[in-house]
Design a protein around this ligand. Structure first.
Ligand SMILES: Cc1cc2nc3c(=O)[nH]c(=O)nc-3n(C[C@H](O)[C@H](O)[C@H](O)COP(=O)(O)OP(=O)(O)OC[C@H]3O[C@@H](n4cnc5c(N)ncnc54)[C@H](O)[C@@H]3O)c2cc1C
Length: 310
């Protein structure tokens, strides 16, 4: 381990003891189920843990990142040579206040949709089958079925690691865009409040059931994947372009362009992260040549890949 990693580990252990772990496999913490270990790993449970992280990375400059459900990340086979954070149970809660629901960032989006349904609140139906945490969904502006989290978020609570302080961000200042936000790199989303509207529970429930059924019908949910690999280019559909380029079923090593949904890559049991990235590059190259369009990956790379920045 490098000197900085050692130093960061020492500081983290002083505050969080054995909860700070080393060489933690990340593959099981992602939906792609590929990739190597985190050099250092911590599940923060409360703000003191995040303040501790601030001090550790302030004194020993190591890279850090945060993951939620790992449903939109591709972790390098080498893993991540820094500190990986994954918010723990202390950030998994939800509280209703009239038409608003405030929830911790580790709250799974489907569970939050369930809370909304139980309270007869409409607006989160689109998220019932997105396998995200609330924090990851806010960072990515996750959406489906004409809905997206940025449209219903009222306020976001973040912890700025670089500044060692908690900050409350109004939705208008989050810079939501298609599958993205402009939240700073060092901002860990710790909670968010969504503004919903009262509605009949049976209609909300039926809409959620339709969303679940649509996914089962159209997506290869039984195999490891990260959802849509590419963003839809302006005015077009990535899946249609990939299908037109006859790439369904194309394979690199253990990674395969899904035969069920062309914008999904599925990782077989022998797949590596390098296979997945090579297939991403192959698809980009073919679509560039066949449609003249540069497909932009939606999936985030974690760690170092040959020829690519982390
Ligand atoms: C089967 C399947 C279906 C999917 N369908 C959809 C869909 O319909 N619509 C859609 O938008 N997405 C979809 N996705 C992709 C994915 O679920 C979303 O991008 C989701 O927002 C990622 O959330 P996460 O908690 O898993 O974050 P991760 O994948 O763990 O992380 C994604 C990014 O968010 C950052 N991040 C995570 N947590 C935090 C936090 N607390 N604070 C700050 N940054 C954070 C990470 O650093 C990373 O950059 C799908 C994925 C799968 C596997």
């Amino acid at each position: 381990m490098s000197g900085d990693l050692d130093a960061a580990l020492r500081i983290l252990r002083q505050g969080a003891g054995d909860r700070v772990r080393t060489r933690v496999p990340l593959a099981p913490l992602t939906t792609f189920r590929v990739g190597g270990p985190a050099a250092l790993y911590l599940e923060p449970e409360r703000e003191e843990d995040l303040a501790l992280v601030s001090r550790a990375v302030g004194e020993a400059p190591i890279p850090f990142t945060v993951i939620g459900k790992g449903s939109n990340v591709l972790v390098s086979d080498e893993g991540f040579a820094g500190l990986v954070l994954r918010l723990g149970k202390g950030y998994r809660w939800a509280a209703r206040d009239r038409d608003r629901v405030r929830a911790g960032a580790a709250m799974p989006l489907p569970a939050l949709a369930g809370v909304a349904l139980r309270h007869g609140l409409s607006g989160l139906e689109f998220g019932v089958a997105i396998p995200a945490t609330l924090g990851g969904a806010v960072k990515m502006n996750a959406g489906a079925h004409d809905g997206q989290i940025g449209d219903i978020v009222h306020r976001i609570e973040v912890y700025r690691i670089a500044e060692e302080r908690a900050v409350s961000v109004p939705a208008e200042a989050a810079g939501f865009s298609y599958r993205g936000s402009a939240l700073p790199e060092d901002a860990i989303v710790t909670a968010a409040t969504v503004a919903l509207s009262p509605g009949p529970a049976d209609a909300i429930g039926a809409s959620m059931e339709r969303a679940r059924a649509w996914r089962k019908r159209t997506q290869p949910l039984a195999e490891p994947n990260c959802g849509s690999v590419f963003k839809n280019p302006p005015g077009g559909h990535a899946a249609a372009m990939i299908e037109t380029a006859e790439l369904k079923g194309t394979r690199v090593g253990g990674a395969l362009v899904s035969t069920k949904h062309a914008n999904f890559i599925v990782a077989g049991p022998d797949a590596t992260a390098s296979d997945v990235l090579a297939l991403i590059r192959l698809v980009q190259d073919r679509v560039r040549r066949s449609a003249g369009v540069e497909l932009e990956p939606e999936v985030h790379l974690v760690g170092r890949f040959e020829g690519d920045a982390a």
